[in-house]
Design a protein around this ligand. Structure first.
Ligand code: HEM
Length: 533
């Protein structure tokens, strides 16, 4: 915890200085090579029950953060003092006026929408989807199961939930790449233009689908939504967009992240993996405990009526961030909170609590079960690739950026080093747009290196047929034609894609996920690379 005596100049009068936290670690845009669940989460419990982060709320605004399970549950229930309205920026970004339905709707109106959604996730409906979900998992795994290794985020975790979502919504599976791209713009970019573009493109597409299903309803979720009645009337356009958009942003990243943490746990705990292989009937119970231990989501509220929390006044307008991560590991609520115990049967709040409790939880659970069953059946004992750092993106969702797995005795040569060069780290091509010649890129990199401190690594960059060697051991770092030193990291990309990244026209992380930017090597050198860019 930080030195809590520091007071920011514009701290509201009702915020006690000793609760101020200026370095809450889960700040959007930050990455870590630590396992945050192992190091940061226990450390965060070593402090006051309520802290005031100066920058955790979206848009880097201040927010109160409770860490006790009891408090978080009470906040979820207290819809008199806390509202979930308008926490997402998307409608405003594209100049529209709708809310995420139902997550941004407060009671009593919320109940109407929720009643409409509940039947869409009944066990009977999910059973109808089950075969296709399993087939999607099998097909996705079949693409890498004989390789002895995979970059699990890229190969499975990010893709599988999108296929399931497309099936659920009745959308064609060939839209997968498109949705992946929109998801990254919406949820992994700090660039306001990316956010707006992702929102614009996905909303326009959803609007087209809604229009089409109005004319030709079929047996899918969008058709059910357009034909259903709530309080005796059909939903209007804004309500329908809000509903489809809520399902889109609610059901993709969350599922990818949870499956990835569950697989990472099994990769790092071979004894647990063997237990599930020996008795797959334990998988659902194991998943519940892993949902508790690796809860990755923080949800948000705004205070609408003055109240008191842990003896502290909370004023209307104050933002609240509720990390399920901390509530689920609260030492006051759980015995051995940091231990994964498959026999625990935890009543966790990974899917929230109260009226907004996740409507998609039954589907998410089936996705996890099927993913783990199919993976254990298809590949032998797996572990994380030796010597490769595992990077996590911090923020309102703690998402693994890379998960290199190996099995069958094969040593991985991949260093799928998915560090995201965040927009803040992106190249500033001096305000001018690069046209795309190798000479321009070379000039840009030479100038950038010349203004940097040594970073002690050699980076080899292959752009189409050109090889550039960046010597970060020199002072100042420079481009060289040859070096005795083996490169610490090798970057490969098509010149046009690299130029698009430099021009901020391509999201670097998405480029990695799509295999357009291939980074191999020691992860600390990749960090140097992001500084360079
Ligand atoms: C492991 C995966 C998932 C996690 C951890 C998760 C987590 C959550 C959480 C914490 C909330 C409460 C938000 C709040 O109160 O502000 C929520 C609500 C919601 N989730 Fe999920 N979710 C997951 C999967 C899904 C899926 C697969 C879908 C649908 C396809 C979905 C759709 C929704 C919707 C529509 C809401 C709003 C419910 C309401 O306001 O009544 N989620 N989810």
């Amino acid at each position: 915890m930080p030195d809590n005596q520091i007071l920011t100049a514009d701290l509201p009068a009702h915020v006690p200085g000793e609760l101020v936290c200026e370095d809450y670690p889960f700040i959007m845009g930050a990455n870590t090579a630590e396992n945050p669940f192992r190091t940061m989460v226990p450390a965060l419990h070593d402090g006051p029950d309520l802290i005031y982060s100066t920058n955790f709320y979206p848009g880097f605004q201040p927010a109160w953060i409770p860490r006790r399970l009891e408090t978080v549950q009470a906040l979820y229930m207290d819809t008199e003092h806390f509202s979930s309205a308008a926490f997402s920026p998307y409608p405003q970004l594209i100049g529209e006026d709708w809310s995420l339905v139902p997550v941004e709707i407060d009671p009593p109106a919320h109940a109407t929408y929720r009643a409409l959604l509940n039947p869409l996730f009944t066990p009977a409906r999910l059973r109808g989807l089950e075969d296709r979900v399993r087939e999607a998992a099998r097909d996705t795994i079949a693409k890498f199961k004989d390789d002895g290794e995979c970059e699990f985020m890229h190969a499975f975790a990010l893709r599988f939930p999108i296929i399931v979502f497309l099936d659920l919504m009745g959308l064609p599976r060939d839209r997968m790449e498109q949705f992946l791209e929109w998801e990254f713009m919406l949820l992994h970019s700090l660039d306001i233009e990316d956010l707006a573009k992702g929102a614009r493109l996905s909303v326009d597409y959803l609007r087209e689908v809604i229009e089409e299903r109005r004319k030709n309803p079929v047996d899918d979720l969008v058709s059910l939504a357009v034909t259903a009645t709530a309080d005796g009337r059909k939903l209007n356009d804004n309500e329908l967009i809000g509903l489809c958009f809520n399902l889109f942003i609610g059901g993709l990243d969350t599922v990818s992240t949870n499956i990835a943490w569950q697989i990472r746990h099994l990769a790092e705990h071979p004894e647990d993996q063997r237990r599930l292989r020996a008795d797959p009937s334990l998988i659902p119970a194991a998943i519940e405990e892993m949902y508790r231990r690796y809860a990755a989501v923080t949800t948000f509220r705004t205070c609408i009526k003055q109240t008191v929390l842990h003896g502290v006044t909370i004023m209307p307008g104050d933002k609240i961030a509720m990390p399920t991560t901390l509530a689920n590991t609260d030492p006051a609520a759980w015995e051995r909170p940091f231990e994964v115990d498959f026999n625990r049967a935890p009543r966790h709040i990974t899917f929230a609590y109260g009226v907004h409790r996740c409507v998609g939880a039954p589907l998410a659970r089936r996705e996890s079960v099927i993913a783990i069953e199919e993976l254990l059946a298809a590949i032998p004992e797996f572990s994380t690739a030796e010597g490769e750092a595992l990077i996590t993106e911090l923020g309102p969702i703690l998402q693994p950026k890379n998960l290199p797995l190996v099995w069958g005795g094969q040593r991985s040569r991949r260093a799928a080093a998915a560090v995201e060069p965040q927009p803040a780290n992106l190249p500033q091509s001096g305000g001018q747009r690069l046209e795309g010649t190798i000479a321009e890129v070379t000039g840009f990199l030479a100038a950038r290196l010349g203004s940097m401190e040594p970073f002690g690594k050699v980076i080899a960059m292959h752009l189409d047929g050109h090889e550039l060697l960046l010597d970060g051991t020199a002072n100042p770092p420079k481009l060289v034609t040859a070096t005795d030193q083996k490169p610490d990291v090798t970057v490969r990309a098509a010149l046009k894609d690299f130029v698009a990244i430099l021009n901020k026209e391509m999201n670097p992380q998405l480029a990695m996920v799509k295999g357009k930017l291939k980074v191999r090597g020691d992860i600390t050198s990749v960090m140097a690379l992001t500084k360079l860019l």
